[in-house]
Design a protein around this ligand. Structure first.
Ligand code: SGN
Ligand code: CA
Length: 520
């Protein structure tokens, strides 16, 4: 009898039938303008300076993606692509400016996750014009949001809170998880920071962090844009000419600044203690030419990285919270940003270009039992893939209309035979902030072919193997003729595959984009 009972038990399937609760929770931590160069785990010249021990923990325990490429290197469009799993020309959101609002009635992955039994919440930066849909809980910053004493929008109206935005968002995220874990449902949390977006206002805990630090300069800080087309020359995003001495670098008295207008008395006191001596130095140093550019670069890095330090502490708090509550084993933690960013490369800040620093966004994923600790993935993945990835994790069907591919197999350490070998990019927002001309293009593992099609009609091509800093346009060079012809053909195929076309672009141009104007 006993033996028979044991046999029956032994014959039970080893894997328990998955209940709703056993589906993993997803914590998607998403910052704004966080360059991969400013994450220690990515290496590079700031490796020893980037304040990211906690983001690095995700890499140590999970997988780091070296080539996560965005579809359009700008905030709203990146977010719209993530939610919809589609390119901007199909989800209707191609530009931050021009009055477009995300059409929240369309299919998005959070809605489908709700149907699959998930509780869904979003806190922090949203930046899509319309109200969030597909979330049981949302508490978001209006527009770009404020660093200090921010306003939050919720379904029941708006309110202002005292404190620093990164800390407040982290706090709200933990509160959300604390509620969500009591329920009999897995949860999705989108924890979306404003930081480290311009104007890089450090939090009270990090104001002094870098005041005495000198950072290494990128080799292309004094780029003169030779051997490239008009787009690189005519942008308006240089540290030299565009970066503002007041709001960006905080080199004028507080009262004159929009930036610090929101500080209360105590916050202002702490702020002045740090910035007054810097202002004094600047006023007496009489810096000019390259020396001034160098000084501005250092100021920029001090504030930018200080903002990241607060984001990283928040990541640490979330990871610790999950461990303390025993949620870590069944929670996937993802860290990413809406796009990459220039940290002085080519003399720039901001993003938008299809060149590497803005095209590549950080992506780190820790999925206990699935991602191999410390693994590195070099495949071409994209923010276009996030929606379908989350849906596969949730066990929900992926709608036909979504245009990416789930990266779950890659997380498992297996690359599907038909994984993409090229990525399609399209940037529209011109004339506008930073005056980056409209362009579309193809990126492969080694090459890029880019068409600046508006205002100019110029092609650029880069060989990342021989020219990783993209300093030499090789379009039209005889020794690359075959590669060029192949890239042209593949680019046309991609435009067909993703249903993009000159006609559709023209339609956007006639609608929202015609209202764009130059801003600095
Ligand atoms: C703001 C910034 C720009 C930035 C855009 C888009 N200007 O307008 O420098 O390029 O956001 O950024 S600021 O003076 O208001 O800071 S995005 O991340 O939202 O796309
Ligand atoms: Ca951004």
């Amino acid at each position: 009898m006993l033996i028979a009972t044991l046999l029956i038990f032994a014959c039970q399937p080893a894997v328990k039938k998955k209940t709703k609760k056993s589906k993993p929770n997803i914590v998607f931590i998403f910052s704004d303008d966080h360059a991969y160069q400013a994450i220690s785990a990515y290496g590079g010249i700031l490796k020893d300076y980037a304040p990211t021990p906690n983001i690095d923990r995700i890499a140590t325990d999970g997988m780091l993606f070296n080539r996560c490429l965005v579809t359009n290197s700008i905030c709203g469009p990146s977010r719209a692509t993530i939610l919809s799993g589609k390119y901007g020309h199909l989800n209707g959101f191609v530009s931050n400016e021009g009055g477009t609002k995300f059409d929240g009635s369309q299919i998005t992955f959070p809605k489908l996750m709700q149907e699959a039994g998930y509780k869904t919440g979003i806190v922090g930066k949203w930046h899509l014009g319309s109200e969030p849909t597909g979330f049981d809980y949302w508490e978001v910053l209006p527009g770009q949001g404020f660093y200090y004493n921010p306003v939050f929008n919720t379904s029941s109206g708006k309110h202002t809170e005292t404190g620093y935005v990164t800390e407040l968002i982290t706090e709200k995220a933990i509160n959300y998880m604390e509620e969500a874990r009591k329920e009999d449902q897995p949860f999705l949390l989108m924890l979306q920071h404003k930081a480290p977006h311009r104007e890089w206002e450090p939090g009270p805990q990090e104001l002094e962090l870098y005041k005495d630090v000198t950072f290494p300069e990128p080799p292309t800080l004094f780029d003169t844009y030779e051997n490239r087309g008009r787009a690189a020359k005519e942008q308006d995003m240089s540290i030299e000419l565009t970066m503002r001495l007041d709001r960006d670098l905080k080199l004028f008295d507080n009262e004159k600044l929009g930036t610090t207008a929101r500080l209360n008395i105590n916050q202002e006191k702490a702020w002045d203690e740090v910035y007054d001596p810097i202002i004094d130095y600047y006023n007496t140093a009489n810096l000019e030419g390259d020396d001034l550019i160098r000084f501005k670069y250092q100021r920029y890095m001090q504030d930018y990285l200080a903002c990241i330090a607060s984001v990283d502490k928040g990541v640490g708090r979330v990871l610790d919270y999950l461990e303390e509550k025993g949620l870590d084993e069944n929670t996937i933690v993802i860290y990413s940003s809406d796009q990459g960013f220039y940290l002085g490369e080519h003399g720039w800040f901001d993003k938008r270009f299809m060149y590497e620093e803005s095209l590549r966004t950080p992506l780190l994923v820790k999925w206990p039992g699935v991602t191999q600790a410390g693994s590195i993935n070099n495949d071409l993945v994209s923010n276009l893939d996030f929606a379908q990835t989350f849906l596969e994790i949730a066990g929900a069907a992926e709608p036909e209309e979504m245009q990416g591919s789930s990266i779950v197999p890659l997380l498992n350490g297996t690359k599907p035979a038909d994984w993409r070998s090229e990525h399609y990019y399209h940037y529209y927002e011109y004339p506008s902030w930073h005056m980056v001309k409209r362009h579309y293009g193809i990126a492969t593992e080694r090459y890029k072919l880019i068409h600046f099609y508006h205002d100019v009609d110029e092609w650029e091509m880069y060989d990342l193997e021989t020219d990783p800093n993209e300093m030499k346009n090789i379009y039209g060079q005889a020794n690359y003729a075959d590669v060029q012809a192949d890239l042209h053909q593949r680019l046309e195929q991609l435009r067909v595959k993703y249903q993009d076309s000159d006609e559709l672009t023209e339609e956007y141009l006639q609608k929202s984009l015609k209202r764009l104007k130059h801003m600095k």
